[in-house]
Design a protein around this ligand. Structure first.
Ligand SMILES: [Zn+2]
Length: 122
């Protein structure tokens, strides 16, 4: 359990560093007020961990990203079942299987998004 939690935070920390890396050049020295991010359900992101890591990452950057708000928009995942052909929308990030026959032999159509959609600067 301890290891799993650690792993989760490391995962989220690297995502936050990736967000900061995308945002910083766009801000070009201005203060960043809000960053909006779309996260696919299959990213297995825990919102609380992401926000916690975000505050850590912001602390270690320069003044342009102090108190920057992270707004998350979660997108459902969609899979296509290979055995039966059914398309299922998945909103639980922990089980990925066909809604019709419960097969786990599925092709992921969407749900791996991780995108900075917009930022607000001042
Ligand atoms: Zn199926």
């Amino acid at each position: 359990m301890y290891l799993a939690r650690q792993h989760g935070v490391v995962h989220e920390l690297s995502l936050c560093q990736a967000i900061a890396g995308v945002v910083k050049p766009h801000a070009a020295g201005r203060h960043v007020d809000v960053v909006r991010v779309q996260v696919g359900a299959l990213r297995q992101v825990v919102p609380e961990s992401l926000e916690f890591c975000w505050s850590l990452v912001c602390e270690h950057l320069d003044d342009s990203m102090t108190d920057t708000q992270l707004e998350l928009e979660f997108l459902p995942a969609e899979v296509a079942c290979r055995p039966c052909g059914e398309r299922s929308v998945i909103d639980s990030r922990w089980s990925v299987c066909c809604a019709k026959c419960e097969s786990v032999d599925v092709e992921v159509l969407r749900g791996n998004e991780f995108l900075v959609t917009s930022i607000e600067v001042s």
